[in-house]
Design a protein around this ligand. Sequence first.
Ligand code: XMP
Length: 333
Amino acid sequence: MENNKRPETMARITTKELADAFIAEQVAEVRAQVGDKKVLLALSGGVDSSVVAALLIKAIGKQLVCVHVNHGLMRKNESENVIEVFRNQLDANLVYVDATDRFLDLLAGVSDPESKRKIIGKEFINVFADEARKLEGISFLAQGTIYPDILESIKQAEGKKAVKSHHNVGGLPEDLQFELVEPIKLLFKDEVRVVGEALGLPHAMVYRQPFPGPGLGVRCLGAITRDRLHALREADAILREEFDKNGLAGKVWQYFVVIPDIKSVGVKDESRYEGWPAIIRAVNTTDAMSATVEEIPYAILHHITARITSEVEGINRVLYDITPKPTGTIEWE
Ligand code: XMP
């Protein structure tokens, strides 16, 4: 537990120079820990696992095996982007697993949010473990644990209750016990980003907004269907594109679309058109415990509405959620 405590003397990493020094130190430490053995990493494409991947590629190159599991609940182009950056640009040893059908088949008909989370979390472990068993000679497991995760586990150990089960990767099965490599476990999120940029990762990846482990699964409300999930992915991509274009992406902490399992009557091309509503959520927060709603200019909202309703099959209305947290949570499930 001792080396899980950030030393009081540790300087906050705020500059490229400090990040470079941290990287050099970690590269040496990882090499000393790992030797010529192989290391496995679940690479989601989020900031933390991406920074760990880039750091380990620098330290041990192809001794790192990254496994990217596409659970079918990723945002548009997200898995493609992981492949582009890590396989094509950084020449990583990357195993890509498209497990869409495994996840969506298990989730069919399941509407309770916590049951959905449990299924997704459990199946993620199953898929990852299946891949790990196919690989030979793995001795270590790298994880993108960061300091707030350690502080959170301490809080949970003290018996404080969480509103939602935010577990992503739980424990691996008994036959897959590896020694852990956690090179960023003493860093805060802003420091992880500085290190990520110093490692040369794309800005968009390093400053990516938080995305929950269960992904679009908790934004396609109730029982997930493939057609509604597709509409959600397309509408969300339009929202993100417009936020980027209008300079909102860097200003708003988290912004996304939610699609409930209800239809309303509307009209398209002069005929009755029953469709789902797309709900826009755009919030600011510092710690995700409470959140305020970002005021998006009406002109931008009108434009996003016009695009979503005309470009996305199945959607006939766009709503804007102006509820802060509390009483709403950031996600709808
Ligand atoms: P809520 O909805 O609880 O969300 O206000 C707070 C933050 O946590 C994220 N979130 C999750 N992250 N697994 C995750 O990794 C989850 O199951 C999960 N549920 C919510 C949410 O996106 C927000 O940033």
